[in-house]
Design a protein around this ligand. Structure first.
Ligand code: SAH
Length: 257
């Protein structure tokens, strides 16, 4: 039997129309779709002829077992000649083990391809009118994992780099906001540095909380995952944009027309 193929696809940050045309065309052809927790249900509607299998996190899951099940599903179905779509939130290569999955597939001799997606690390700030770079403020931004991997394998954040770079974006960081703030200040970032948290960016229920390193922990108490944390002077651009927007028009500056 001829081998099928696995497509590792980015579903975008949240809003179901922020997915690429290539992704939609592949979903339409898919036999199997393996999707994660942060994928919007409407995205799955493109996969009219596919069996849809949820492989996202559930409470109390063993991460290793979960990952092995995903590998087994991808490889098993591809060996049966099927077109398998592995659908991930945002971009497949920004956290979430996309690179690892592609490598395992290649090792197993399964044809596989990656399809980029709109990553929340840029688009969640953007949906809150925060540009990660801005002329005259900073030409650099870095993306950091607030929390990643099993305890044993947890990669350390390079706090020095995070404290120094113009814009520091943290994903998976809401539960560790206190620690993030502490470490940044301990590594020399001014407590007056502006900070924003963008919860469920690009979705209708999007929520934005702004403050400084000095007061954000208090202000952001109600913020829940998924949220993106942005640290840097670029956060002030949001205030300027909101101030110049017509009263009430606010975030609709980038709303879908
Ligand atoms: N590959 C994904 C990131 C996976 S890590 C990407 O490129 O976007 C998951 C983290 O992404 C969440 O903990 C959160 O920090 C961020 N995230 C995902 N969706 C988001 C959204 N709609 N709004 C804000 N942050 C989001």
């Amino acid at each position: 039997m001829t081998l099928g193929k696995v497509y590792l696809i980015g579903a975008g940050p949240g809003a179901p129309d922020l997915i690429t045309l290539r992704a939609v065309r592949l979903l339409e052809r898919a036999d199997i779709v393996l999707y994660d927790r942060l994928v919007h249900p409407e995205v799955l509607d493109h996969a009219t002829g596919a069996e849809r299998i949820y492989v996202g996190k559930a409470k109390g899951d063993d991460m290793q077992l979960r990952q092995e099940r995903i590998f087994a599903l991808m490889i098993g179905h591809a060996r049966e000649g099927k077109i398998v779509v592995r659908l991930k939130g945002g971009d497949p290569f920004v956290f979430g083990r996309g690179g690892e999955e592609l490598l395992v597939l290649k090792d197993a001799g399964i044809p596989a391809e990656v399809v980029p997606g709109v990553s929340s690390c840029i688009s969640a700030p953007e949906a809150a009118l925060i540009p990660v770079t801005y002329r005259g403020i900073t030409p650099s931004f870095g993306v950091f994992a607030g929390q990643q991997g099993t305890r044993a394998k947890r990669a350390q954040v390079d706090w020095e780099a995070a404290a120094r770079i113009g814009t520091a974006v943290f994903l998976m960081g809401v539960e560790r906001l206190t620690l993030i703030v502490e470490r940044l200040v301990a590594h020399g970032r001014s407590p007056q540095t502006p900070v924003a948290l963008v919860e469920r960016g690009t979705l209708p229920e999007q929520k934005v909380v702004t403050g400084t390193l000095a007061d954000i922990v208090d202000k952001a108490k109600g913020v829940r995952s998924p949220a993106t944390i942005v640290v840097g002077e670029v956060v002030n651009v949001r205030e300027s944009l909101l101030a110049t927007a017509e009263a009430g028009a606010g975030d609709s500056l980038i709303a879908a027309s």
